[in-house]
Design a protein around this ligand. Structure first.
Ligand SMILES: [Ca+2]
Ligand SMILES: [Ca+2]
Ligand SMILES: [Ca+2]
Ligand SMILES: [Ca+2]
Length: 496
């Protein structure tokens, strides 16, 4: 490096000589807090932005540094990825006009011009495409919403985009270097995607949150927050008082917390510590909860005495619902009343580890010494915040499964129920039906077996690898006869 080059770098705050004895957290330097940072919400600036190219339309360009070199230390990033890396003139889509999961024109909206089918879910990254997969940057998900005849992608939730670089051993601005240009010896050690400390975990397990692994000094206080998936948002948007459905957090204000996750999906975890000096420091990451095979998950938004049931139909026939051979539901598919659907459907038992942590785990162990396929993990009879799940750990390649939601009974509650069904394949959320603003209407007739309101949700066709492990699914929402949109609901009609 030339003397002139070095002088320029020092002048711009990008580089300065390091002296170990001087290391410590520098005071905030001229970089300030950087500019607008978008995380998980692409509506902050109003509706769709203009489609201008380049810097004029780039919402991610002003990410700065929140601690400059205060006469001390810091190492510049050798060849940093530019703030507008990959930002182009126009939004791009993938094959057949479907989304590519990227905000190609950097206007804060992912795939805003691409076609989608209401209910479909895709991964999305809320940052410059050139920073996708770099450092702390990670994907979220967005759901296709119905808008008239068409589908449009809703907001990208849970994505972590570039943030101002902070002293945490992590590449927050996703330029390829951790803690570049900061004067610090980090006490925080925040995990990036792929870090073994935040490895994927299965549903129904306790995941430890050992604060000491992420902050290596004494703290005045600790706090943990977790943001869950569609079933948690269902309550938040309709009642304002959220019974959390997908996880239980224990020790939210302790150094060592733990989480019991019940649903597959992506969870945003934030740890905040107040250090000895009274400064607040935090790490945020995404925890993936991944179950094998095919999983249908039902939740709903009423907190009173409402008993909705999830049904999954045997592939390959169109026998009516409530059949003891062709329908997996509360009466033949739960641990307390399992009647041998496995052999009727051609499936074998899974290791008990696949379900031992579920509420019926001890019953599965006592009755089968393993986990049935298909199986209903929980029969939720009007419990608040307890979803129903039907799982098939190793569905066969090419088979198509139909899901149905039935209003079995309700008392004390009048009016519509708003069921929501998530479809997961190999741990990935493929589709969500019934989420605001596309909630079901007119679903309000309880009736007992073969009676009442029924919603045929979707047909799901499974693809597997050579070992029989699920790799992906094709999910087709079901619509009323002769229609290409809308939810297919009936009353007192148990036909397939
Ligand atoms: Ca865009
Ligand atoms: Ca795109
Ligand atoms: Ca960086
Ligand atoms: Ca950092």
């Amino acid at each position: 490096m030339t003397v002139l080059g070095r002088a320029l770098l020092v002048a711009t705050g990008l580089w300065c000589a390091c002296s170990p004895v001087q290391r410590g957290q520098g005071n905030p330097g001229p970089g300030g807090d950087g500019g607008p940072v978008i995380i998980g919400d692409n509506t902050a600036d109003g509706g769709p932005g203009n489609s201008n190219a380049g810097d004029g339309g780039n919402k991610y360009q002003n990410v700065g540094v929140d601690g400059g070199c205060d006469g001390g230390t810091g190492t510049a990033c050798g060849s940093p990825i530019a703030a507008n890396a990959g930002c182009g003139a126009v939004e791009l889509c993938g094959a057949n006009g479907a989304g590519n999961g990227l905000d190609d024109n950097c206007d804060g909206l992912v795939d805003e011009i691409c076609v989608c089918r209401p209910g479909d879910v895709e991964s999305c990254f809320l940052g410059p495409p050139g920073k996708h997969g770099v450092g702390a940057c990670s994907d979220g998900t967005q759901t296709c919403e119905s808008s008239g005849e068409f589908g449009v992608w809703g907001k990208c939730q849970g994505s972590i985009g570039p943030h101002a670089e902070s002293c945490d051993n992590l590449d927050n601005d996703c330029n390829g270097c951790a803690d570049d240009s900061l004067c610090c010896a980090p006490l925080l050690d925040c995990p990036a995607p792929g870090d073994p400390r935040i490895a994927d975990q299965p549903p129904y397990t306790d995941v430890a949150l050992p604060g000491g692994q992420f902050f290596s000094d004494q703290a005045q206080s600790w706090s943990w927050t977790i943001d869950g998936g569609p079933c948690d948002r269902l309550f938040k948007t309709t009642t304002g008082s959220p019974p959390v459905q997908s996880f239980t957090l224990t020790g939210a204000h302790s150094e060592n917390a733990s989480v019991h996750y019940t649903l597959s999906g992506d969870y945003t975890v934030t740890m905040t510590v107040v250090d000895k000096q009274g400064m607040s420091q935090s790490c945020t990451w995404v925890q993936h909860i991944v179950g094998p095979g095919l999983r249908f998950e039902l939740c709903w938004d009423q907190t009173g005495s409402v008993d909705l049931d999830l049904h999954v139909h045997q592939p390959g026939n169109t026998t009516g619902w409530f059949s003891s051979t062709a329908d997996c539901y509360y009466d033949d598919c739960a641990a307390w009343d399992y009647n041998g659907l496995m052999s009727k459907w051609g499936y074998s038992i899974s290791p008990i580890a696949e379900c031992i942590g579920s509420p019926d785990g001890p019953d599965w162990q006592a009755n089968l010494m393993g986990c049935a396929n298909p199986r209903l993990d929980i029969d939720d009879i009007a419990d608040v915040g307890v979803p129903e799940n039907i799982n098939i750990d190793k569905p066969q390649n090419g088979q198509t499964f139909r899901a149905m939601v039935h209003d079995y009974a309700q008392s004390g509650i009048k009016g519509d129920q708003h069921p929501l069904v998530n479809v997961y394949c190999a741990g990935k959320l493929m589709a969500t039906y019934g989420q605001s603003p596309n909630q079901l209407v007119g679903f309000n007739k309880g009736g007992g077996d073969s009676k009442g309101s029924m919603w045929r949700v979707a047909d799901v066709t499974v693809a597997t690898d050579a070992s029989g492990n699920t790799t992906s699914c094709t999910v087709n929402a079901l619509h009323p006869a002769n229609m290409t949109t809308g939810y297919w609901t009936t009353v007192d009609d148990p036909t397939y």
